[in-house]
Design a binder for this molecule. Structure first.
Ligand code: SAM
Length: 367
């Protein structure tokens, strides 16, 4: 059993009675994700792709969007998540967080305490007239700032403790090379990456985090350092490098153009487009990786993850949406949603908007 499967099973066990879906490829937990994530083992997920309430949009239809009077309270809340996100993310993992344009800068500064912020993606929506929110309808002369036509997605990798600007792989390579007694020059020669433009650069570039070795180059690195006899084992490529696959045919810049989800019966008020989520997941994770979304809404991230052959962990506080996610993700991952029993211990605070639960027995997670 590989460590991803082990981690997935361990997460499934830790989420226990909060689970509304406990399949082999997807878990859906209902509850406050700050409490739920604290139960997760450290370094157990490879990708965090999440979309918290934006706070500044003040949408009553989204749980938590109007909960904070002060921006500072919201930021303090997100800071608690940032700490947990950093803890549960594998060292070669990736992190995306959606946010509103007016809070993006403050969130970026906040995330920089735990992560290397790599991109500040601007998501712009080429929506047809009539489907572009207030953009077409509003009185332009009344504007007092540029109309916010974009949302932001902060993209980051975990930072190395004590050196926030070195990527974990860069740090790892430098340490392992030193342990092996090889100079950067000797290692570059041993793998044939010296003085060539070779998948972006040689050892010194990899050690400063400018780019990464290809799979083939990495296996040569392993052979060279193991060959010294001073290093006894090396992690697999998937466990060492942070994957990043951009394609010239797709969106490779930090401006992403994806239309919003068109209104439909049962749409989540903040539902993100599947194509955008698939683009993010495909570029930054390996098949089989665990993808975590702490604010799952309609379950769009989990659906995209399962579709791309990843393992999905979705958390959602609103019982209605948690059920929707379990139903939707259950369908695509061939697993049965778990009925919620009246006696189950819920992690939810009392919420007037929460629908009454049916009196059904709680099935054991995983069955
Ligand atoms: C911006 S929406 C996410 C929409 C989602 N990305 C989608 O595509 O459907 C935020 C979601 O977070 C949920 N939420 C708010 N506070 C939460 C908390 N403490 N724990 C878990 N979920 C929470 C809300 O109920 C809402 O569904």
């Amino acid at each position: 059993m590989n460590h991803r499967t082990k981690d997935f099973l361990s997460i499934r066990e830790k989420l226990g009675e909060s689970l509304r879906l406990a399949g082999d490829r997807a878990l859906v937990a209902e509850g406050d994700s700050l409490s739920l994530i604290r139960r997760l083992p450290s370094h157990s997920v490879s990708l965090i792709l999440t979309d918290p309430p934006y706070h500044s949009t003040k949408k009553h239809s989204i749980y938590g969007d109007t909960s904070f009077n002060e921006d500072s309270d919201y930021l303090a809340w997100i800071r608690e998540y940032a700490h947990e996100w950093r803890r549960v993310l594998r060292p070669n993992g990736s992190f995306f967080c959606f946010c509103a344009s007016d809070l993006a800068a403050r969130l970026e500064v906040l995330f920089a305490a735990e992560f290397n912020v790599l991109s500040h993606v601007v998501w712009t929506k080429p929506n047809d007239p009539g489907f572009d929110g207030w953009k077409g309808k509003m009185k332009k002369e009344a504007l007092r700032q540029w109309y916010p036509h974009s949302e932001r997605i902060i993209f980051a990798e975990p930072a190395v403790d004590g050196n926030l600007h070195r990527s974990p792989f860069a740090h790892f390579l430098r340490e392992i090379r030193k342990q092996s007694g090889l100079s950067a020059h000797a290692l570059a020669e041993a793998i044939g990456a010296y003085g060539k433009v070779n998948h972006g650069g040689a050892v010194s570039n990899w050690e400063t985090g400018r780019n990464i070795p290809s799979r083939d180059q990495y296996s040569k690195i392993c052979k060279a350092v193991l060959g010294t006899g001073r290093v006894v084992s090396m992690p697999s490529y998937e466990d060492a490098v942070r994957v990043f696959r951009a394609s010239p045919a797709g969106e490779f810049t930090d401006i992403w153009t994806f239309p919003s989800v068109r209104p439909y019966k049962g749409k989540h008020p903040a539902e993100k487009p599947a194509a955008l989520l698939e683009h993010a997941i495909d570029a930054t994770s390996f098949p089989g990786d665990i993808v975590l979304d702490c604010f799952a809404g309609s379950g769009s991230t989990a659906l995209a993850a399962v579709k791309l052959g990843r393992l999905a962990v979705a958390m959602e506080i609103d019982a209605k949406w948690a059920k929707t996610i379990a139903d939707r993700v259950g369908l695509v991952s061939n697993s049965e949603p778990i009925s919620v029993g009246a006696n189950s211990r819920s992690h939810l605070k009392d919420n007037a908007r929460r629908p009454k639960r049916p009196h059904l027995p709680l099935f054991e997670a995983g069955k």
